[in-house]
Design a protein around this ligand. Sequence first.
Ligand SMILES: O=P(O)(O)OC[C@H]1O[C@H](OP(=O)(O)OP(=O)(O)O)[C@H](O)[C@@H]1O
Ligand SMILES: NC(=O)CC[C@H](N)C(=O)O
Ligand SMILES: [Mg+2]
Length: 479
Amino acid sequence: MEKSLTLDWGTDELHEECGVFGMYDLDGNDVASTIYYGLFALQHRGQESCGIAVSDTYGPKGVVNACKGMGLCNEVFTSEKLEKLKGNIGVGHVRYSTAGSSTIENTQPLVLNYVKGTLALAHNGNLVNAPELRRELAYDGAIFQTTIDSEVIAYHIARERCKVGTAEEAVANAMKKIKGAYSLVISSPRKLIGARDPQGFKPLCIGKRDNAYILTSETCALDTIGATFVRDVLPGEIVTINKDGIKSNLMMHDPKKEARCIFEYIYFARPDSVFDGVGVYHSRIYAGRCLAKDSPVDADIVVGVPESGNAAALGYSMESGIPYAMAFVKNSYVGRTFIKPGQSSRESAVRIKLNVLKEAVEGKRVVMIDDSIVRGTTSNLIVDMLREAGAKEVHMRISAPPFLYPCYFGTDIPSSEQLIAHKRTVDEICKVIGADSLAYLKMERLSEMANGLPICTACFSGEYPVDPPEEDIRGSYEK
Ligand SMILES: O=P(O)(O)OC[C@H]1O[C@H](OP(=O)(O)OP(=O)(O)O)[C@H](O)[C@@H]1O
Ligand SMILES: NC(=O)CC[C@H](N)C(=O)O
Ligand SMILES: [Mg+2]
């Protein structure tokens, strides 16, 4: 089959997220090593940098021990370093940058010394009004140490804390000013506070293990450390955990505003996580079933593109009765988007990551399921790889609609020109990637995937639940 290779291949990374993990052990045990394992379970959400900041609620106020660095958790932390992080309350973060570059200064958690002691903050999400707020603060004498939106949040909380009686009231006041996506975990300094934006863009849940409470992005992190799931933090809710247990403030909670990021279910999250009552695995299986119903094709095997295409492929197989097979072996030592160079390296990155199981596909008509096509790098290459391995036909099915619009809430989608679906019909995209047929998930299936929960579909529909920013939010103050 002749391919039309007219793509403007990009050089940016793909899309990931950040992960947050906070823990307060009311019995006074050290929490750093548990936070480390929690972050390890969240590594898929961010691979650029990570950090842990802990303090001791029995010790003097204002002392925070922190360790942060560039790279993966097992590159940044050693057992010696974790051993030195003494304290029974703390927060941790794995970062994929959305605002502000990927530098050591911009690593999280952010640690601030302020009027009431110290505050450590970990943020997942992206604010849409950070540049304005930052300017206002700067004209008021604020000095920033990072270029990330998260510092604007920390600054606002610190300022508000001078005016009100408690840290959670300060968080509530800051939430009236900040707009966009944020799931926050804050230790301040004898409480652990969690907050989720009114849309609930990003997940945040509460767990418990013995006499310790946990606030984290995904339930898979709770399973990893042997904690039980207590509940999700509601969109617009602030929860405070102190020695008396959990307290809730629902001031910003408004069910009409809810708009969870559907891409968490499609791609970001681990399939063994459950958000707001909907299992990620369940929603991916459902999407696969829908593809089989809506866009059937005669074939011998159904295969998933590891990692995140696998569950939808299983769903397609269940619905269609076509056997599920393993066509790719993924090198387990390769991360999601582990290199950031130009297109030629990206292509070899796919080959390093995925290899075809020739004996599984030779002579077969293959339905191949992936969760998304962004630039088309992956699909383009693996369609070729399947054909080289002897596949007779390759039918591509995508468990999401085409990516068409920028996301301002944390999904780092490249500019429109780099999106394969930009100004192309499905047939044209099919031709570019060289498949025999191509079909995407229908828009109306998205809400079904999330069991009817209110969702944000802006990257597919262009309908933004919060107004997009008026100026460049990525690195606008770094120029
Ligand atoms: O069209 P492209 O620009 O190539 O991007 C799309 C691919 O990128 C993602 O996988 P990724 O490698 O990030 O992670 P995964 O292993 O979790 O699927 C996604 O699941 C697609 O496979
Ligand atoms: N991916 C994220 O959630 C990023 C959090 C924050 N905006 C940062 O740039 O660090
Ligand atoms: Mg993938």
